[in-house]
Design a protein around this ligand. Structure first.
Ligand SMILES: [Zn+2]
Length: 417
């Protein structure tokens, strides 16, 4: 049977439905498309500025005291607390405010926030402005119901996630400046699946050097001058084809394996009659627990050591570790139980492919759900949408999860009449 508190909270969430949807629509209409790559992200470019201010104002309106905290005034993270009575447990809700750039293939305006047949369409509607609206309105429902919790609820709205979930400006910045808790939910859209980890990634640049020579030279004809950087790269490509990356079989990634792809991009040569002096190629590795950047680099170097007369450099462009939490972590179990109860569908408890800010929490010892949000489709593609009934249902789910994890405060017997 539904507890009177959950029944009361459900009613409030249903009543605030139109307000929440209108707020989500404004979030979508307020642009925060992030054009950067991790190396180039600019702390002075106000990508999320307007979205951050919109959220800050809404949090103030519902009675919280939000703060801006970030690397610069142009790229503020927003953080707000619903303080509990004890500090035994605290729960962070985390979501990024930036979106990818709009694809040219949208059939409607990606910034209109148009609603048709129970779906709200727009860039970032699902990834992850729906979740941001959910944080605000979950907190609002708790405030309106007058629920006091034992632990702190901490809402975090962060910048600069889309370039590769490795930015020092967003979640990392907050965690490096005092943010901590006993659990976190990174509410990436995972269609109500309780995501207990994410794969890692390693990206690299490999440059092979040869020696330039005009192809008409006698010295090239006699192989006294010139070395073809592209044919040397061909040897490298062949040598690396079946590179096996070590991994551990873990509960979050049953049946999965690491994926090594090389090359994904390649450049070389200067003209049709010149022996190419250099060739550069890029590679992408999807990691599971059990391997890190140093290990992959060592494997590459060992393979290439077998090739004679090869002059190359290997450069790390990005590394994010694969992470996971135990399926029996309290926050995972609580979300799974309420999801099964509300939807009638027991959720999967698995790791996901694309990485996100989850690793920033888990590597700092904070067990984090790496994805849990409303249903929808079209993430990072045209015509992205969130299902509005699911948005409201997921708001109910979050509220129940928050209440159970942080525990409603019981009246202090000392002050009983
Ligand atoms: Zn996302």
């Amino acid at each position: 049977m539904l507890s009177p508190l959950f029944a009361q909270l459900d009613t409030i969430i249903d009543h605030q439905r139109e307000m929440q949807i209108a707020f989500l629509q404004r979030l979508v209409q307020t642009r925060s498309a992030n054009p950067y790559t991790p190396e180039r992200s600019d702390p002075a470019d106000p990508i999320e500025y307007e979205v951050a201010h919109l959220i800050h104002a809404e949090l103030e309106r519902i009675g919280l005291s939000p703060e801006f905290q970030g690397v610069s005034p142009q790229r503020p993270n927003v953080i707000a607390r619903l303080p509990g009575r004890e500090s035994r447990r605290a729960l962070i809700l985390n979501g990024h405010m930036d979106t990818v750039m709009p694809s040219p293939f949208w059939t409607n305006d990606p910034f209109a926030g148009e609603i048709t047949e129970g779906r709200l369409y727009g860039l970032g509607a699902l990834d992850m402005k729906a979740s941001l609206s959910l944080f605000v309105f979950a907190a609002r429902a708790l405030v309106e119901a007058g629920v006091r919790l034992r632990g702190d609820l901490i809402l975090t709205f962060v910048v600069d996630e889309e370039p590769g979930a490795c930015s020092p400006f967003g979640s990392s910045y907050l965690l490096d400046h005092g943010l901590t808790a006993s659990a976190a939910i990174v509410a990436e859209p995972m269609n109500q699946n309780v995501t207990i980890g994410h794969r890692g990634g390693y990206r690299f640049k490999l440059t092979v050097r040869g020696e330039a020579a005009h192809t008409g030279l006698t010295a090239w004809e006699r192989r006294e001058q010139g070395k073809n950087g592209i044919t040397d790269m061909a040897r490298v490509i062949t040598a690396l084809q079946d590179l096996a990356i070590p991994y551990q079989e873990t509960p979050a990634f049953l049946g999965r394996r690491p994926v090594f792809t090389f090359p994904t991009l390649i450049q070389g040569g200067t003209s049709i009659n010149t022996v190419p002096d250099e060739c550069t190629a890029y590679g992408d590795v999807r990691l599971l627990p059990g391997a890190d950047a140093e290990m992959v680099e060592q494997l590459i170097r060992t393979r290439l050591a077998a090739l004679d007369d090869l002059d190359y450099t290997l450069e790390k462009l990005l590394f994010v570790p694969a992470v996971e939490i135990a399926p029996d972590e309290p926050i995972a179990q609580i979300l799974a139980r309420h999801t099964a109860e509300i939807t009638g569908q027991p959720p999967t408890l698995l790791g996901c492919g694309p990485w996100n800010d989850g690793w920033m929490f888990i590597t700092r010892g904070i067990p984090a759900i790496c994805g849990f949000g409303p249903n929808g489709a079209g993430v990072h593609s045209p015509d992205e949408y969130v299902e509005l009934d699911s948005l409201i249902e997921t708001t109910r789910l979050f509220v129940r999860g928050i209440v159970e994890y942080l525990e409603p405060d019981e009246p202090d017997p000392a002050i009983q009449p």
